[in-house]
Design a protein around this ligand. Structure first.
Ligand SMILES: *[C@@H]1O[C@H](CO)[C@@H](O)[C@H](O)[C@H]1NC(C)=O
Ligand SMILES: *[C@@H]1O[C@H](CO)[C@@H](O)[C@H](O)[C@H]1NC(C)=O
Ligand SMILES: *[C@@H]1O[C@H](CO)[C@@H](O)[C@H](O)[C@H]1NC(C)=O
Ligand SMILES: *[C@@H]1O[C@H](CO)[C@@H](O)[C@H](O)[C@H]1NC(C)=O
Ligand SMILES: *[C@@H]1O[C@H](CO)[C@@H](O)[C@H](O)[C@H]1NC(C)=O
Ligand SMILES: *[C@@H]1O[C@H](CO)[C@@H](O)[C@H](O)[C@H]1NC(C)=O
Ligand SMILES: *[C@@H]1O[C@H](CO)[C@@H](O)[C@H](O)[C@H]1NC(C)=O
Ligand SMILES: *[C@@H]1O[C@H](CO)[C@@H](O)[C@H](O)[C@H]1NC(C)=O
Ligand SMILES: *[C@@H]1O[C@H](CO)[C@@H](O)[C@H](O)[C@H]1NC(C)=O
Length: 435
């Protein structure tokens, strides 16, 4: 899931083409998040097929019926996971309340919003979705204060490591912070997926690092999104893309999930140990949840054993809200207000992922707690509160003024900016300031 940014130096024409291709790739990947898990080998179809009917393969057979989530933690139980045990209030349990003050930035006051999440600019007609704020049940959650945050982060460095949802989160943070100080972009990779910004007057460095599997992976896709082979993931090797710069960071938020639903070959100790969906008689299916667990273990283990004192947040999985279909079968997300608690349930896949996350977090926090040498690990449990916001996605407004009477592509996974994901930063600041 890769995007260009508005301010990229690539010439416009070429950029639009690239952007189009990337849009399609993104959609394919989003779709794969839910489809590939059932279907055959990862052969990403030709770009054009996405908009035609060429991708209507047979209905998903119910493989994976047996999720083994041993001792799954109750979905609503977040209080227990604070590593210090000192939390009086579980900030992740609560509800969305109306907030007439509206968003902290708009498409006019933040110019780094990615095109596909710039719902205002793209002509989304309703605006109710920007007038809500997350309210924990047992306490008040102060709104993010960019000045306080930047002062707190003086001489510090923070990184978000993960996939396009992590990028979505960083962009919200950037927009909020840029109301106080405009950051300078000091690095970007060729695809604008790994980037770094510097807030000069606060000596604060903010990074986003593209690492959708957290562990070392080889993705065999060309620029058009065609895959010549299944992804290969070295589950026992943390991704050098973040490991090699880990020493620079004081604060880290890691997250992953959706990419583990792709067809993949898994390796440990440089040897194939199994796969997900590869349909190769010589390789046994081990399930995406095995791989996800192992990758989280590898990641958390590296962080625990690092001699760098780091404050780490593990963010839980992000639910999507496709209704009446998936991304490629007419699924949409056109609700205009939040769900109330009890009106919606987590899907099986998200349950499984979250179960794995909570279990691995618990294990890691016990070890980290035991060593008491200054590193901190906390759960950033945004799954439930995000589940309540079906109204916060771009839907067809991922594109500029889409013809909603024609055929549209809906994005019901990422979040509009401004939008619900801004509240993640209220939570983030609250946690960080509490230490
Ligand atoms: C699921 O598990 C049950 C009991 O453990 C077993 O009887 C059944 O065959 C399993 N189904 C699949 C598809 O593996
Ligand atoms: C939370 O989970 C516990 C245990 O499953 C249950 O007893 C309780 O009613 C739940 N609370 C809410 C608010 O859902
Ligand atoms: C922001 O969105 C509004 C519509 O909500 C539009 O009129 C305006 O031109 C947009 N601004 C920019 C800078 O794109
Ligand atoms: C900026 O912060 C770094 C640590 O991240 C520190 O080494 C450096 O001295 C700081 N620079 C100034 C001008 O304070
Ligand atoms: C990894 O592979 C090497 C060579 O095949 C072997 O010597 C070593 O014991 C293996 N390590 C583990 C942890 O399996
Ligand atoms: C199955 O996997 C083996 C080992 O990686 C490989 O040599 C073989 O070509 C694969 N077969 C197919 C049909 O992909
Ligand atoms: C914390 O302790 C673990 C072992 O218990 C060690 O591996 C790690 O390097 C230590 N971290 C720091 C920041 O000293
Ligand atoms: C959402 O779209 C569906 C299908 O196009 C339509 O039936 C429904 O009325 C729409 N709901 C809203 C709130 O617009
Ligand atoms: C972490 O350590 C604190 C104090 O040492 C203790 O009270 C708390 O229960 C521990 N938490 C876990 C999850 O081990």
């Amino acid at each position: 899931m890769s995007f260009d940014m508005n301010n990229s130096p690539i010439p416009v024409k070429h950029k639009q083409m690239k952007m189009f291709v990337k849009v399609v790739v993104c959609l394919i990947l989003m779709g794969f998040a839910y489809r590939l898990y059932f279907s055959t080998y990862v052969q990403i179809p030709p770009v054009i097929v996405v908009f035609g009917d060429g991708y209507s393969s047979s209905p998903p057979p119910a493989v994976e019926a047996n999720f083994t989530v041993s001792g799954q933690v109750p979905v609503n139980d977040t209080r227990a996971h604070d590593s210090t045990g000192s939390l009086k209030c579980d900030i992740f349990t609560g509800k969305w309340v109306q907030d007439v003050t509206g968003p902290r930035y708009t498409n006019n006051t933040c110019d780094t919003i990615e095109h596909h999440q710039n719902c205002m600019k793209n002509g989304r007609p309703d605006s109710g979705y920007i007038y809500w704020r997350w309210k924990p049940r047992d306490c008040n959650l102060p709104i993010f204060d960019p000045k306080t945050f930047l002062n707190f982060m003086r001489k510090k460095s923070m990184a978000f490591i993960g996939d396009s949802i992590s990028r979505n989160h960083v962009q919200s943070l950037l927009c909020i912070l840029s109301q106080v100080e405009r950051p300078m972009e000091v690095y970007h990779d060729q695809e604008y997926r790994t980037r770094r910004w510097f807030f000069d007057s606060h000596n604060f460095t903010l990074s986003v690092i593209w690492s959708p599997f957290l562990t070392e992976s080889k993705i065999f896709e060309d620029n058009d999104g065609h895959a010549s082979s299944a992804v290969r993931v070295h589950l026992d090797n943390p991704d050098p893309d973040w490991v090699n710069v880990f020493r620079n960071f004081d604060y880290v938020e890691i997250a992953a999930g959706k990419w583990f639903l792709k067809t993949a070959i898994y390796l440990e100790n440089n040897t194939i140990i199994g796969c997900h969906n590869c349909k190769n008689e010589t390789i046994s299916e081990v399930g995406f949840y095995y791989a996800y667990r192992k990758a989280l273990q590898t990641t958390l283990d590296f962080i625990i054993r690092s001699d760098r004192k780091v404050y780490t947040l593990l963010r839980t999985t992000t639910p999507d809200h496709f209704e009446n279909g998936e991304w490629n079968t007419g699924g949409y997300c056109n609700r205009t207000g939040p769900f109330k608690e009890g009106e919606v349930e987590l899907r099986d896949i998200d349950m499984v992922m979250r179960g794995v996350e909570l279990e691995e977090f618990e294990k890691a926090v016990r070890v980290m707690n035991g060593s008491r040498n200054g590193s901190v690990l906390k759960l950033f449990d945004t799954t439930r509160l995000s589940l309540l916001r079906p109204d916060g996605h771009p839907g067809p407004y991922r594109a500029f003024h889409p013809d909603i009477n024609g055929e549209v592509q809906n994005d019901c996974l990422h979040w509009c900016l401004p939008g619900p994901i801004d509240s993640w930063n209220d939570l983030l600041m609250n946690i960080l300031l509490r230490g």
